[in-house]
Design a protein around this ligand. Structure first.
Ligand SMILES: C[S@@+](CC[C@H](N)C(=O)[O-])C[C@H]1O[C@@H](n2cnc3c(N)ncnc32)[C@H](O)[C@@H]1O
Length: 263
């Protein structure tokens, strides 16, 4: 089975495209992106989004900074085709490229960002070093990522949180979707290790009291568990979540970190 976090194969492409689009439209992810934008401090020039998926952020950036030249790069040709298909005429170019070997010269960009990508990589520090390489001196690198262990649920039995977390981790392992579940809280260390300065970090904790709002951000829908053959294992949990929705007590939280540093 191909990894669900990657654009490859028809099922995966459609699932990931829809998942990312729903996430992009959620006020929770908008809040994370706004925190990141404030920390990134870019005002134009050449901007790069690494692991750009559907290209939503690139288009939003272009709308915000019409003079900027925005490049959306993803290692998957399917992702780039999907993003190109959603193009709205803004000043964005969509390119195929690997985070480990970005196809750009040293110091080419005024700002580089990467959102919810490092968690999927076996060697995140190598990718961060590569992002720093293509950034001009004085430019800022913005990283955004989830800290999956922060996933918490209320309204359930005492030991339920550990069970939920175990199910989530098993889902991620089976889907081969996440290499580094703690990724979010490692971002500051990675920026410092890569030699960036003026590093700022901020946790953004998302709180959901509505299952439909939470589902695009975390794999807690039946479809996601069915995808990796875990529907039976997860049935009790999902039933409990639905019961909490029905009686109005549903609450889950998840922290996504934003961190930025100057080259
Ligand atoms: C969870 S998606 C996030 C997409 C987008 N950044 C967003 O926030 O909507 C992860 C993306 O990283 C891409 N990706 C994974 N490994 C990569 C690599 N080595 N180089 C470039 N892109 C990669 C995947 O194809 C996918 O589009």
């Amino acid at each position: 089975m191909d990894t669900i976090s990657d654009f490859s194969g028809t099922t995966q492409t459609a699932l990931l495209r829809d998942y990312l689009s729903l996430a992009a439209g959620s006020s929770a992810i908008q809040r994370v992106r706004a925190a990141g934008l404030a920390m990134w401090e870019v005002d134009g020039g050449r901007l790069l989004d690494v692991g750009s998926g559907n290209g939503e952020v690139a288009r939003e950036l272009s709308a915000l900074l019409p003079e900027a030249e925005v490049t959306a790069v993803d290692h998957s040709a399917d992702a780039v085709a999907t993003a190109s298909g959603l193009h709205d005429g803004s000043r964005v170019s969509y390119e195929v490229g690997d985070a480990y070997a970005l196809p750009y010269p040293d110091g080419h960009f005024d700002g580089v960002r990467s959102e919810r990508v490092l968690q999927h990589l076996a060697e995140p520090d190598r990718a961060v070093a590569e992002m720093a390489r293509v950034l001009r001196p004085g430019g800022r690198l913005l990283l955004i990522d989830t800290e999956w262990q922060s996933f918490r649920v209320d309204g359930s039995p005492e030991n339920f949180n550990e069970e939920c977390l175990a199910l989530l981790m098993e889902w991620q392992a089976r889907a081969r979707s996440v290499d580094s579940p703690p990724s979010g809280r490692t971002l500051r260390r990675r920026l410092v290790t890569a030699g960036l300065t003026d590093v700022r970090t901020e946790p953004v904790t998302l709180v959901f009291t509505d299952l439909a709002e939470a589902a695009p951000i975390m794999p807690i829908g039946a479809e996601m568990f069915a995808y990796v053959g875990m529907e039976d294992r997860a049935a009790g949990w999902l039933a409990d979540l639905e019961r909490a929705v029905a009686d109005g007590t549903f609450l889950v939280t998840l922290t996504i970190w934003v961190a930025a540093g100057t080259r």
